[in-house]
Ligand binder design. Sequence first.
Ligand SMILES: Cc1cc2nc3c(=O)[nH]c(=O)nc-3n(C[C@H](O)[C@H](O)[C@H](O)COP(=O)(O)OP(=O)(O)OC[C@H]3O[C@@H](n4cnc5c(N)ncnc54)[C@H](O)[C@@H]3O)c2cc1C
Length: 282
Amino acid sequence: MLTIRDIVQPETLTEAYQILTKQRTNTVLGGCAFLRLGSKRIGIGIDLAKLNLDQITEEDDTIKLGAMTTLRQIETHPLLNESFGGVLPKAVSNIIGVQFRNGVTIGGSVYSKYGFSDPITALLALNAKVDLVKAGRLPLGEFLARPREKDVLTHVIIPKEEQIASYQSLRISASDYPILTAAVAKNGEDWRIVVGARPQVAELAGKASEQLAQAYAHAKLDSFMVAGEKNEVNEVVEGILEQMSQELSFGSNARGSATYRQGIAKVLVRRGIQEVLAWISK
Ligand SMILES: Cc1cc2nc3c(=O)[nH]c(=O)nc-3n(C[C@H](O)[C@H](O)[C@H](O)COP(=O)(O)OP(=O)(O)OC[C@H]3O[C@@H](n4cnc5c(N)ncnc54)[C@H](O)[C@@H]3O)c2cc1C
């Protein structure tokens, strides 16, 4: 059973960080959904409720998600539904149920670096960054690759560019953990292919993404399927999918074997590319 000796609501981020680092057992509290599954003995639970971190804000060239923003806010926010092909609302919409998404936070979701994370997969494809009190602003990919360190995540920052993205996942049933997640994004001339729940945390397939950008720039995707022509064979796309499946590692767990995941990754990424191309051709 989770136990919390005391709870504080700091007035500043500096205070929150100081309390967090004062004692090993002091812990930041998000929506507590995951924390409650464990038996951690928390000294001081740090509730960020007084720090205005539950907002989604639009700035000149970014969209900022405060760490205490719930997944339901992300799912229903008009700006996020209009931006990037609605990829973020789509990515969170399969997580358990509405009541659950009303409580869990994007800060807790990103800070935890869960391998199965739906939102991390989509955010990495959108080239998001994270703001932390100690480490400062980091590209999400860099944050995910760093060793775990006590810090307070304050915001997730998404570049507000002309990005189009697609999110795909495979689950045994609608609200289960995903077997695999994938996102494909196009931002100007750049493409990003990201695959998560492998079961490791989401990762960018850098070489495959470059190949995709080259193929698009040289009009080699013109004959590739658009929605409805799913089975059309395109050697260029097959090559890109093969590259992606070779450069990323896949593992086995109770939800699926490495070989199964590797095969499914090709299907999901293919659908992602297809969806982005369909958006562009609209
Ligand atoms: C049964 C169950 C099923 C789930 N299924 C899925 C799924 O299918 N897909 C998916 O993507 N996710 C899934 N999740 C994860 C869920 O969406 C949340 O990501 C998770 O619950 C963490 O969010 P939280 O706000 O509850 O964080 P908490 O449980 O409060 O915190 C989690 C960790 O993050 C730390 N933390 C929280 N906020 C911050 C912050 N701002 N700065 C620094 N550290 C912080 C806490 O100290 C703790 O270590 C599932 C969770 C549960 C419990």
